[in-house]
Design a protein around this ligand. Sequence first.
Ligand code: AMP
Ligand code: MG
Length: 332
Amino acid sequence: MKHFSRAAALGLLVLLISGGIRPKCHTETAFLMDTVMTITVYGRHGKTAADAAIRRLTELDAMLDAHNPNSELARFNAAPPDTPIAVSRELYMLLERAVDFCEETGGAFDCALLAVSSLWGFGGDAAAMPQPEPLNAALSVSGSRFIELNRSARTVTRLNDTVQLDLGGLAKGYAADEAVRILKEYGIQSACLDLGGNVAVMGGKPFSLWQSLYHRNKTCPFTIGIQKPDAPRGEVADSISLSDGFVVTSGDYERYFEADGMRYHHILDPQTGYPAQTGLKSVTVVAQNGMQADMLSTALFVLGAERGAALTEQCETVMIIDDSLKPIRMKG
Ligand code: AMP
Ligand code: MG
């Protein structure tokens, strides 16, 4: 009894000193890149750091949104063909990485399909299956082989009047890299960022003072839920424990329409111009680089489990969910 009351008194004291049992944290939310983005930062100066990260995300949205006519990307897409266009250092770097990755994936990841995906109109009110003729016509002159990069001049050229860039397959991943970089610049050690299907965690989740009395470590891994396809948002099929890194999911349930009992979703097979059909409903990738994880999940979704097997080497973890809705860990 004596021991109990001493322990209780100690607990109470800890509570009083700490002002509570939860670690200090700050959350900021913004609607950017067509999705809700949430940044949770632990420790001191959380608000200042989270605000700076949101400013950076806003900047990237304004640069990379192909549907915003004022973005750098949209201005490039509207530029005359066969004319080298000088672009920012950052956009050039992203395009170079995207084009390299296109080669690496045998063309499965292609950031120059906007003319094709626009015909489908995913996400808009008029989304519908395009007629085969315009679809094939657009496809025959789309793809990164019709984009020319010149590194020394830092220019990019459209090689015909149709080809247009769409960085939707990597923008949120790169945004996650940048947001984490900014938080670190502000001295943040622990944070969790959810950029709409792209999750980044850093430094593990701090234990509450109460928990830290029982644990040697000061943090534990974050638990990241993997969305169950076609279930209400937040219903999870599985979860991943991670202290540092990026968890990115590409799924057929993100943006789609249905017609004649078929689902047409937003991830295109660059060979056909039609939504990729490999029997997968989602692919989740864990990696230490957000942009790479984002590109990998999209490419693996297009290639499917067998053809994508070699790419899984670049991932810490790969989880696929097929029609059975049972998560399968291909790696990790
Ligand atoms: P994610 O959700 O990261 O898999 O990216 C899907 C987005 O990437 C789409 O909304 C398009 O903007 C773009 N996209 C679609 N198909 C491809 C593809 N085969 N390669 C690269 N980007 C694509
Ligand atoms: Mg992606």
